[in-house]
Write a protein that binds this ligand. Structure first.
Ligand code: HEM
Length: 406
């Protein structure tokens, strides 16, 4: 075994040992990528295992921007680049500018009709989506070990409130009417995030903190990005389906389309992006479900996330209620990993009353006088969506040039 391989094995062993010592669940190893590109947006693929594919062009370029000390200048210029249709600042280094000109172009398969339908869906289902992005996807990210470690050890990990604002911006932008249109902001958000990820791939391997806990050499592979992608649209759609929220087929397909496009603009290759919900569910079962596990970093991040509600509303969104909602959404296993306490009132209430509440809300179950608890749930939905949106201060996604100070 060469030095590189040996170091990886030793690191993995060390990380597993540390987990055992802390009494945490040992992560199940991700099986080799077997999902067929025949089910992808591209319909065919190179056969490359995405665990060993990153974003070569962006990675080389951003590493060079960092090494030549251009990050502060580039960030200052990119703060003025906000709308999809806006020209890139002339003063950007020409290599970066050329790359971004290409990266901002929508693929030939972008379908404006589907995007218009996706907006209708986002409008109708905004309340559920806000809660699900925040508390299904957001909390799930804390039990995706590679993501939790990367987020914790990167620059943004030191200020989670700021980081959540930036991540929430993507969830917000994708739901707007003009998301991918010239006056929208989703393309800008994706291209900037693609640069951020490239910077993280260069920086994290230099972090002693990350080096101690990580079981990989370079973070954010194409496979990792698909894992996180599934924690977003796939998980959200699975929850809406489980709640029996009526969604016409063309709206469900359009929502998927907007996320396929989001994945593409973030630098995920089309051969890994699922072409249908059935393919997405199949891929998620292979790549997301088996890797979920607790890490000390994820537990700490989850605790910070659950504390955020109190700053908006000390009552309706208190930590115990958000904790109970997380348990309800992600199940006992994950809630226990995250050390979320059981709530004797909220846990059973959510289990028994949430389903009927959604049914009444959707007009599927006639209920002339809805029980008091339904108003409380409705208030919860509104406040949680507000929490998600309130994080959207005018915010600019910036390329980091350092890791979290250890
Ligand atoms: C940054 C979204 C995949 C780790 C960001 C940002 C967004 C974002 C919007 C910019 C916000 C900020 O600068 O804090 C996404 C989406 C993904 C994805 C939509 C997949 C579809 C991943 C994966 C990892 C990861 C797989 C790690 C395994 C990070 C880190 C940062 C970041 C470490 C930088 C935080 C910093 O500046 O310190 N991501 N991400 N992301 N993401 Fe991702």
């Amino acid at each position: 075994m060469d030095e590189h391989g040996r170091r990886g094995v030793l690191k993995a062993g060390g990380a597993l040992g540390a987990l055992g010592a802390l009494g945490l669940a040992a992560p199940a190893q991700a099986a080799p990528w077997t999902w067929s590109a025949a089910g992808s947006v591209a319909g065919t693929g190179t056969g490359a295992d995405p665990r060993w594919v990153w974003d070569p062009e962006a990675d080389t370029l951003v590493a060079s921007v960092i090494l030549r000390g251009d990050v502060p200048k580039v960030n200052a210029l990119l703060r003025t680049w906000k709308k999809n249709g806006q020209p890139l600042p002339d003063e950007l280094p020409s290599d970066l500018r050329d790359f971004m000109e290409r990266a901002r172009r929508l693929p030939s398969w972008a379908d404006q009709r589907k995007l218009a339908t996706a907006y209708e869906f986002n409008e109708k289902r905004g309340l559920y989506l806000g809660v699900l992005y925040g508390f299904a996807s957001g909390m799930m990210s804390t039990v995706i070990p590679k993501e939790a470690r990367a987020v914790y050890c990167s620059k943004g990990g030191a200020d989670m409130k700021d980081r959540i604002s930036k991540t929430a911006k993507l969830g917000y932008d994708i739901g707007t009417r003009n998301a991918y249109a010239p006056d929208g902001e989703m393309i800008v958000t994706c291209v900037k995030t693609r640069l951020v990820h490239a910077a993280v791939r260069h920086l994290l391997p230099q972090s002693p903190q990350w080096d101690t806990v990580a079981d990989e050499q370079i973070p954010i592979s194409q496979a990792d990005m698909m894992v996180t992608w599934h924690s977003l649209p796939t998980t959200v759609m699975q929850k809406l389906t489980a709640w029996k929220v009526p969604i016409p087929a063309h709206e469900s397909e359009a929502f998927l389309h907007s996320w396929q496009l989001g994945g593409h603009m973030l630098g995920i290759a089309d051969e890994y992006l699922p072409a249908s919900w059935a393919e997405a569910d199949a891929q998620a079962a292979q790549v997301l479900t088996p890797i979920l596990a607790a890490t000390p970093e994820g537990i700490e991040l989850a605790d910070i996330l659950l504390g955020l509600g109190s700053s908006v509303d000390g009552g309706v969104l208190s930590k115990p209620i958000l904790g109970a909602f997380t348990r309800f959404l992600l199940g006992d296993r994950i809630a226990n990993w995250l050390k979320i306490p059981r709530e004797p009132i909220w846990d059973p209430l959510l289990r028994t009353a949430w389903g009927p509440f959604v049914a009444v809300r959707e007009g599927l179950l006639p209920f002339p006088t809805a029980p008091q608890v339904y108003w409380l749930f409705d208030e919860f939905l509104r406040k949680a969506a507000l929490l998600f949106l309130s994080e959207l201060r005018p915010i600019s996604i910036e390329i980091p040039d350092a890791n979290r100070p250890s």
